[in-house]
Design a protein around this ligand. Structure first.
Ligand code: NIG
Length: 385
């Protein structure tokens, strides 16, 4: 195994409570792990040396919400939205049709292309979902293809297939579909929203998933107020994603729970929804993550830097809060922020997922929005950008 010392770090964000954020720092990686972090003057020797030349270094982005097993695009739907039409969750059916028509190889190649696109921008850990299959065979196929991502979520309850009865389909999801897909995934998610699945249908599916040992996630409060957040908290979901329309009681419930509020600002912009009230969540004490929600319908970007810039410029998050939400927060939403091989942190024992910015500090992510600032990326100790 080869070790590398990254020296000359102008600002090192570790997300570790003891190490904190260091200036004039160094980081040593060995194989796929971080083995040392601290002041540059104390850095141990290593086989190779990378001079960061005063640049900022932070953990790779942890993108905890994407939908990347898909085919086709929805350019026309997006253009219509920008011309004034509202976002309809029913657009998902367009991608379902294209996805069913694609071969395994085409779907895998498309997934790989988007993972590589994100890695080149500093994303080193990515979750992705099924949800554009909506039959037992198609959801199983999607789950197997999705295995290239770090974390895989089953989202059979993404949309009631057109022409089908919601209760009958929800029963299929919590029965035969979960039986087939559960061995291939770590998580189960439901789209708990008017026009998708109601609270009772969502609860039944999530309880069935929990009984099969899966972790829980919920799409909630995206298009209007609703029961998603409360359901996620009630069932101990790791994360409730979107959180665009929150009541005070939702904020309080999240603050008193272990459920992460995952905010998806690129989606809210692309669907012309308001941006979530990050300040209320943070001030109440809720854990917050930022994710891209990369998918061809509601949020076709893999740029976590764009999400961070938006969170700072338009959601009144501080730079530190936004960067932490896009690294540690994503890791927490995936329950991967602690232990051997943790992501979203840079401390001895963490996975060697390192992002060097072409900037002296993370402040530049919002100060220079839209400018590509990724200088170098390591994922599991290997250079990927
Ligand atoms: O998270 N809300 C549901 N699912 C996706 C949208 C997927 C699509 O429109 O294709 C989301 O925004």
């Amino acid at each position: 195994m080869t070790s590398t010392v990254i020296t000359g770090i102008g600002e090192l964000t570790t997300n570790d409570d003891e190490l904190g954020t260091l200036t004039d720092a160094a980081l040593v990686i060995d194989g796929d792990r971080v083995v040392w972090a601290g002041p540059a003057a104390d850095a141990p020797e290593a086989d190779e040396r990378f001079d960061a030349a005063g640049r900022a270094v932070l953990p790779g982005w942890v993108d905890s919400h994407t939908h990347l097993v898909f085919a086709g695009d929805r350019t026309a739907e997006f253009a219509a939205r920008m011309a004034g039409q509202s976002y309809q969750a029913g657009g998902i059916a367009v991608t379902v049709e294209a996805t069913r028509a694609a071969t395994d190889e085409e779907l895998a190649a498309n997934l790989r292309k988007h993972i590589a696109e994100a890695a080149a921008q500093g994303t080193t850990c990515m979750e992705t979902k099924t949800g554009y299959g909506l039959t037992v065979a198609e959801e199983l196929r999607a789950a197997k293809i999705a295995a290239e991502a770090d974390e895989v979520t089953f989202l059979g309850a993404h949309l009631v297939p057109p022409g089908e009865d919601a209760d009958t389909y929800a029963d299929l999801v919590r029965g035969e579909m979960l039986d087939a897909v559960a061995p291939h995934v770590g998580w189960c998610d439901v789209f708990c929203e008017q026009g998708a699945f109601d609270a009772d249908q969502s609860r039944r599916i999530l309880v069935a998933a929990k009984e099969r040992g899966l972790g829980l996630r919920v799409h909630g409060n995206q298009l209007g107020p609703g029961p998603g957040v409360q359901l996620a908290v009630e069932l101990g979901a790791a994360s409730v994603d979107h959180c665009t329309y929150l009541a005070e009681s939702d904020v309080d419930a999240l603050a008193g729970s272990d459920t992460v509020a995952t905010l998806l600002p690129a989606c809210d912009l692309s669907t012309r929804q308001p941006l979530p009230d990050a300040r209320a969540l943070i001030e109440a004490g809720a854990a917050v993550a930022l994710a891209s929600n990369c998918n061809p319908g509601s949020s076709y970007t893999s740029s976590m830097a764009f999400c961070v810039a938006t969170a700072v410029l338009q959601m009144r998050m501080t730079i530190e809060e936004a960067v932490r939400a896009a690294t540690w927060g994503g890791a927490r939403a995936l329950r991967r922020e602690t232990g051997d091989g943790a992501v979203g942190v840079l401390r001895p024992g963490a996975r060697a997922d390192v992002h060097v910015l072409d900037a002296p500090s993370t402040t530049w992510l919002a100060y220079r929005p839209g400018v590509p600032l990724t200088h170098a990326v390591w994922r599991k100790g290997a250079r990927v950008g």
